[in-house]
Design a protein around this ligand. Structure first.
Ligand code: ZN
Length: 496
């Protein structure tokens, strides 16, 4: 097999794996939005079958042979990236015995079901055995992945954010924490009236308004669509099929709007990456979970909660909802959508306190994986950390350690990517602002130059580079909390 032939083989295997992933996403979309309750049994087996098939192909003997033929330097960035991404999944696949993969998969299914009931009953104790099993299997998985070379938690972190380590995350979070705590103190003391956001707003009009904004953001409706689901998410179901969901269940009208903007940020990244040579390959996606989240949060918070953005869109919002906000001024509206408030629920948190929620989970996760925190002691540890980081007393586990699905789904090591997304996003935005007068563009409602810049520098690059390399190529710098701190202090440290 020549090098050329090996590369051709690798690409065709990669394209088939990508197609299987798209098929799995079609099934998932159907389960989330349409499937009748009794379908869940066979659907679970269908999904497991596909996952096993993907795993088998990713770590097959022929994959190993092809990759070994391609070891060494590739000049072409596409070929180099394909070898990098496939070597990584090959290595991860090989490190884990099939038996462990099966046990983990079953523990996740059980964990999710038990957690749903435990949260409903506010009964953490009933969730303890399932979570203990998950933590124990995850520790076993982490040991195998790290091969004794790195810390166990680092091995988990690396699964979600390639190349990231606690050595890098710890000092970033340590530096951020006191700044965020003092901003939350300062801002939450101010009285901001946002009651007008929690009135009945007709859903068809909410939909119409969100549709206008995500169209302006460049969402391509000929290659995607928007649905309604219990949890907002984005999914690539095919090369030309990226779908987003929103929900209309929260008391605040802004929950559904910002969910749409957030998911649209993910979607335009996916739609742009799925073009040209990358289309149909595993490189047609976000560089990492953190990089993906950086773009959804950039659109939701940095752009979507900015004053210039609402200078353009608020008149339209007011025309759409004259009964609800006819008497509200732009300043009042801007303050309301940026209200800083101590809330126990992460997904409802404002952009200032949000990373503190992540630090809380990060602190506990590391202890769970290190073995210094036992599962039955989680509620107490959670409540202590909540007091320390958020200044909140938690008296109900539904508002504390039972609120998130991640641990119940076996996703330990995932949370930090949300906070890293904030940091990447602020660094990219600071760089973009050197090229474009964003205040002027946003106030005119001209999103096109901003979208184009992001498409060219970030979205079209897909997985060609690791998140670290991509950040360096776009901003010329490595990961740093400075831009994020400058962004937050500029916005929140001034008096309104
Ligand atoms: Zn997201």
């Amino acid at each position: 097999m020549t090098r050329e032939q090996a590369l051709g083989r690798l690409e065709s295997m990669d394209r088939e794996i990508t197609m299987l992933e798209h098929i799995a996403a079609v099934l998932e979309w159907d389960s989330e939005l349409y499937a009748p309750a009794k379908e869940s049994d066979e659907r679970g087996r269908q999904m497991e079958f596909l996952q096993r098939e993907i795993h088998r192909r990713e770590s097959s003997e022929v994959m190993g042979e092809v990759l070994s033929r391609l070891e060494g330097k590739e000049d072409d960035p596409f070929a180099a990236a394909l070898v990098r991404v496939r070597s990584r999944s090959y290595r991860l696949g090989k490190a884990l015995p099939e038996d462990l993969v099966g046990r983990l998969s079953r523990a996740k299914t059980t964990g999710y079901v038990v957690w749903l009931q435990a949260r409903k009953d506010n009964d953490f104790a009933s969730f303890v055995p399932a979570l203990e099993e998950l933590v124990s299997l995850t520790r076993e998985q982490a040991s195998l992945l790290s091969g004794g070379k790195t810390g166990r938690y680092d091995a988990l972190l690396d699964m979600y954010e390639e190349g990231m380590t606690t050595r890098e995350v710890d000092p970033l979070f340590d530096a951020l924490r006191p700044i965020l705590v003092s901003l939350v103190d300062e801002r939450s003391a101010q009285k901001v009236d946002d009651a007008f956001l929690r009135q009945p707003y007709p859903i068809d009009l909410q939909d119409q308004f969100a549709q206008k904004v995500i169209t302006d953001m460049g969402f391509d409706f000929s290659r995607g669509l928007k649905g309604i689901a219990a949890h907002p998410f984005t999914s690539a179901l095919g090369e030309d099929d990226v779908r987003i969901t929103t929900r209309y269940t929260d008391p605040s009208v802004m929950d559904s709007f910002f969910s749409s903007v957030h998911e649209c940020g993910h979607a335009i990244y996916e739609q742009t990456a799925s073009q040209g040579r990358l289309k149909g390959t595993s490189l047609a996606g976000g560089a990492s979970y953190g990089m993906h989240e950086s773009q959804s949060r950039l659109w939701e918070n940095i752009i979507g909660r900015s004053l210039p953005f609402w200078m353009h869109y608020f008149p339209l919002f007011r025309d759409t909802f004259p009964e609800q906000v006819g008497g509200v001024t732009l300043a009042e509206f801007y303050h309301a959508v940026n209200k800083v408030e101590r809330t126990p629920i992460r997904t409802n948190a404002d952009e200032v306190s949000y990373p503190l929620h992540i630090m809380l989970r990060y602190r506990l996760e590391k202890q769970l994986i290190a073995g210094t925190l036992a599962v039955p002691d989680i509620p107490q540890a959670w409540n202590e950390a909540s007091r320390d980081l958020l200044g909140l007393e938690i008296t109900d586990d539904r508002l504390g350690c039972l609120q998130d699905v991640h641990w119940a789904s076996g996703e330990i090591g995932y949370f930090p990517t949300y906070a890293l997304g904030n940091l990447y996003g602020a660094q990219i935005w600071e760089t973009l602002r050197k090229d474009l007068d964003t205040d002027h563009l946003l106030a005119r409602g001209d999103l096109f130059p901003i979208v184009s810049w992001l498409k060219e520098k970030v979205y079209s690059q897909g997985l060609l580079y690791t998140p670290k390399e991509l950040l360096r190529r776009v901003t010329g710098a490595s990961l740093d909390a400075g831009a994020y701190v400058r962004y937050l202090t500029d916005k929140y440290h001034t008096s309104w």
